[in-house]
Design a protein around this ligand. Structure first.
Ligand SMILES: *Cc1c(COP(=O)(O)O)cnc(C)c1O
Length: 436
């Protein structure tokens, strides 16, 4: 095992990981259900669904079977001029559960590319119509839409984007809506819209996950979308994180009355098994491209567009997701989260707790304030790992985002450990200074 980890250190550059870090990654040998099994015999609860992708547990037999069968039958085929049943089935499956205004499915590989496609679709919509104004994009403060250039451009500027800031296109921001500032946000938004150069509004509906599981109300977002669409501004919902049940409904857009024009999906799409992205759009968007004029073609595609194995995994995950059992699991997690929230609010009123659907987040009040780089992050991570629970806090925000198949007692075990951590924090609030 040490040999393997030394090879890893020599050869591999891990994401979001400092090359100066002295920590070795943890070698995972296999995974099943909510558990990750390490090569040295540990069994770790995956309480963050492996970066928010896993829905039905690891190595789910139904998905594994679908993947194996598809790999043996048709592993891949060029998707221009050719098609296949897994993609057709998936488009059909998605369009039956997406908001009714969604009319077409475009495939890519991940969340960032799903956002790139969404932005390019919106920009070329105007190009095809011969409109040269409305070039600007409005985004929400704190946004995270991915790590490619377009998706970075429409995200918040910060430490992650600092080396690239000069290469990003400018966007307009509105403040993150809260119960206190809703009126101002609306006013700010209307003011931006009154400038005819704004043509696109991109947002993470209801939850800004990367910003620390920040939750805002459906009613304010509904007003923003209504106002935007009244001004011919294309609305893009980034449901890469919120899609497939995370917020308690299949999509965060299901909490809204006014539906987005374009929706980006990835993460839970294949149940966390394969890399796949989808951008869906309304007939209004499609209509600008229905032409035999070659210049109006959407010239975008990836080598592995609509990979049949990934589509097969997504179709298998769809069957599991839309079962009555999965609905019950999501509702039960939601109830358990709500009860635990009340308990923490009672016992630890200094910390702020929020939940929505299967998401529970606790924003710890620390001397350093709220930031991704809060030193407490490492302390929390190590504490829970030593108890065989994988939590990957966003700075001082601890969150629990389990696969839906987690059992009641298993979720309680995570809560119990969080209580233990918070109780310990009370005794030693200042003693966490070791940074990475
Ligand atoms: C993760 C995420 C992305 C980027 O998806 P990748 O597959 O990591 O490229 C985009 N938007 C949101 C809201 C996300 O959470």
């Amino acid at each position: 095992m040490d040999n393997l980890l030394n090879l890893d250190r020599q050869n591999i550059w891990h994401p979001f990981t400092s090359l100066g870090s002295k920590d070795f990654p943890i070698l995972i040998d296999k995974a099943e259900g909510i558990y990750l099994y390490t090569s040295d015999g540990r069994k770790i609860i995956d309480a963050v669904s492996s970066w928010w992708v896993n829905l039905h547990g690891h190595s789910h037999p139904t998905i594994a079977k679908a993947v194996a069968e598809q790999a043996a039958r048709l592993e891949h085929v060029i998707f221009a001029g050719f098609t296949h049943k897994p993609a057709i089935d998936l488009s059909n499956n998605l369009l039956t559960i997406l908001p009714k205004n969604q009319a077409k499915i475009f495939f890519s590989d991940n969340g960032s590319t799903a956002i790139e496609v969404a932005l390019k679709m919106a920009f070329q919509f105007r190009f095809n119509k011969g409109i040269s104004t409305k070039r600007k994009v409005i985004a929400i403060r704190g946004a995270y839409h991915g790590d490619t250039f377009g998706s970075m451009s429409v995200g918040e500027r910060g430490a992650f984007t600092a080396p690239f800031v000069k290469y990003l296109f400018d966007v307009e921001y509105v403040e993150f809506p809260t119960s206190g500032n809703a009126k101002n946000v609306l006013k700010e938004f209307s003011k931006l819209l009154s400038n005819d150069d704004v043509g696109t509004f991109v947002f993470e509906p209801l939850v800004q996950a990367a910003a620390g599981m920040r939750i805002y109300s459906a009613s304010i977002l509904d007003l923003l979308i209504k106002e935007a669409q009244a001004n011919n501004v294309i609305c893009i919902a980034d449901e890469v994180f919120t899609g497939f049940g995370r917020t308690g409904k299949l999509f965060a857009s299901d909490h809204l009355t006014n539906k987005p024009d374009i929706i980006a999906l990835s993460k839970g799409l294949t149940g966390g098994t394969m890399a796949l992205g989808v951008t869906s759009c309304s007939e209004k968007i499609v209509s600008a491209y229905r032409s035999d004029d070659i210049d109006k073609t959407f010239f975008h595609g990836h080598s592995y567009t609509a990979n049949p194995i990934a589509c097969a995994a997504a179709n298998a995950s769809f069957e599991l997701l839309t079962s009555a059992q999965c609905k019950q699991q999501i509702a039960r997690i939601e109830r358990q989260h709500a009860i635990f929230k009340e308990k923490i609010e009672l016992l630890h009123p200094n910390h702020r707790v929020r939940c929505l659907g299967t998401i529970l987040a606790i924003e710890l009040s620390t001397p350093d304030g709220t930031s991704y780089f809060n030193k407490i992050r490492r302390h929390i991570h190590q504490f829970f790992l030593s108890r065989n629970i994988l939590l990957r806090p966003l700075g001082n925000v601890i969150y629990v985002l389990p696969p839906y198949i987690i059992r009641e007692d298993e979720l309680s075990q995570i809560y119990h450990c969080i209580e233990e951590y918070l109780a310990g924090l009370k005794d030693t609030p200042q003693s966490l200074g070791d940074s990475d």
